[in-house]
Design a binder for this molecule. Structure first.
Ligand code: ADE
Ligand code: ZN
Length: 348
C-alpha cells in the first residue's frame, strides 16, 4: 500500500489506533465476563460467589502468575449455566469489540470448564452461536469460534470433548490449547490435535507465555499449530525467532495480559517491538479483557505509549498481520485490508 506513514503525526497515533479496523485472534470468551455480569448471573442462577460485591471481586484481580489468574477465572465462569448466559456474555463482548473497530474476531471457548459443572457442550455452543449471528446482523461484526482444550486435564478428556463437539461442528473452525502451561507440554495433546487436523479443523496453541521456547517448537512440530498464542518467550532462542520469521508464523501477543500475569515487569519491557523488527508476524489482542484491565484498543494504546519506538507503520503492520493470520477466506481478507488502507489514507 502506498501510504506515506511519515505524514501521520505522532500525536494522532492514539486516534488512529482506535479507529483502524482490526481482527482479534486471541480472546477467551470466558475472560470477557465483567464483574457486574458475574454478579447479575449469580443472582439470576442462584450461584453463591466467594466475594460479597463487585468491588471486592475486582479487588481480587491482583495476579502473581498465570495460575493465580486461572483460579479466579474458572470461579467467575461458574455463574454460566444456560444458553442465554453464554449469549449475553458473548454479545457484551461483541458490542465492545465493535466499538473498538474489531471487524473480525476468532473467539476461544473452554467447554471443559462448563462440563465440570454439568453444562453440556450443546448449551455452550448454541448460546455462543446465537450471539455470533446477532453480532453479524446487528453490528456487522464477523466472528468464528475455536474450541480450546484445558491442558491441565488429560488428553483422553480432550478427545472426549472433541467427539462431544462434533454434532456442532458447523459452529467452530478450529481447536486450541489453553490453561496451565508449565508442566503440560504440547506433546501431551499430540493425538487429539492429529484428530482435529484429520477433521479439517484449524489448530492453534498457547505456547511460550510462561513455558519455554521448546513448547513453541513442539506446538509447531507436534501439534502443527498454525498460530502461536502468546509466544513471547521465543526471544530466548534466536534460532526459533529466525524460524518464526522465515515460516511466517503469527504470534497472538496480549500485552496487558503479559503485564498483569507478570510475564514482563512493566509494559516498557515488553518485546513486541523486537518481535516486529525481527520480522515476526505479531498481532495485538486482549486475551481476557475483563480481568486484565482493557479491551483490544486499550492494549494498542497502552503498548504504543510504553514503547515509543512503535509508530504508524507498526500500527498498520499489526492490523494487517491480524487479517493475514486470521482464518478468513481470501475475499474477506482483501475486503478487510481495503478498509484498513482507506482508514490510513484518511489519516495521511
Ligand atoms: N485461559 C484464559 N486465558 C489464558 C491465558 N492467558 N493463558 C492460558 N490459558 C488461558
Ligand atoms: Zn489466552
Amino acid at each position: 500500500m502506498a501510504v506515506d506513514f511519515s505524514r501521520i503525526p505522532r500525536q494522532r497515533l492514539p486516534e488512529l489506533l482506535r479507529a483502524m479496523p482490526k481482527a482479534e485472534l486471541h480472546l477467551h470468551i470466558e475472560g470477557t465476563l465483567e464483574p457486574e455480569l458475574i454478579f447479575a448471573l449469580a443472582k439470576k442462577n442462584g450461584v453463591a460467589l466467594a466475594y460479597p460485591s463487585v468491588d471486592a471481586l475486582r479487588a481480587a484481580y491482583a495476579f502473581t502468575d498465570l495460575q493465580s489468574f486461572l483460579d479466579i477465572y474458572y470461579a467467575g465462569a461458574s455463574v454460566l449455566l444456560h444458553e442465554s448466559d453464554f449469549e449475553a456474555m458473548a454479545m457484551a463482548y461483541f458490542e465492545r469489540a465493535a466499538a473498538d473497530h474489531v471487524v473480525h474476531a476468532e473467539v476461544f471457548f473452554d467447554p471443559q470448564t462448563h462440563a465440570a459443572r454439568g453444562v453440556s457442550i450443546g448449551t455452550v455452543i448454541r448460546g455462543l452461536a446465537a450471539a455470533r449471528a446477532r453480532a453479524r446482523r446487528e453490528l456487522g461484526l464477523r466472528s468464528e469460534l475455536i474450541l480450546c482444550f484445558l491442558r491441565h486435564l488429560s488428553e483422553d478428556e480432550a478427545i472426549a470433548t472433541l467427539e462431544a463437539a462434533l454434532p456442532y461442528g458447523e459452529h467452530f473452525i478450529g481447536v486450541g490449547l489453553d490453561s496451565s502451561e508449565r508442566g503440560n507440554p504440547p506433546e501431551k495433546f499430540a493425538r487429539v490435535f492429529a484428530r482435529a487436523g484429520a477433521l479439517g479443523l484449524h489448530r492453534v496453541a498457547h505456547a511460550g507465555e510462561e513455558g519455554p521456547p521448546s513448547y513453541i517448537e513442539a506446538a509447531l512440530d507436534v501439534l502443527h499449530a498454525e498460530r502461536i498464542d502468546h509466544g513471547v518467550r521465543c526471544v530466548e532462542s534466536p534460532a526459533l525467532v529466525a524460524r518464526l520469521a522465515r515460516e511466517g508464523v503469527a504470534l497472538t501477543v496480549c500485552p496487558l495480559s503479559n503485564l498483569k500475569l507478570r510475564v514482563f515487569d512493566k509494559l516498557a519491557d515488553h518485546n513486541l517491538a523486537d518481535l516486529l523488527r525481527a520480522g515476526i508476524k505479531a498481532t495485538i489482542n486482549s486475551d481476557d479483557p475483563a480481568y486484565f484491565g482493557g479491551y483490544v484498543n486499550d492494549n494498542f494504546i497502552a503498548t504504543f505509549e510504553a514503547l515509543p519506538q512503535l509508530g504508524a507503520a507498526d500500527a498498520y503492520a499489526l492490523a494487517k498481520n491480524s487479517f493475514d493470520a486470521s482464518f478468513v477466506d481470501a475475499a474477506a481478507r482483501a475486503a478487510m485490508t481495503a478498509r484498513l488502507d482507506a482508514e490510513f489514507a484518511r489519516f495521511a
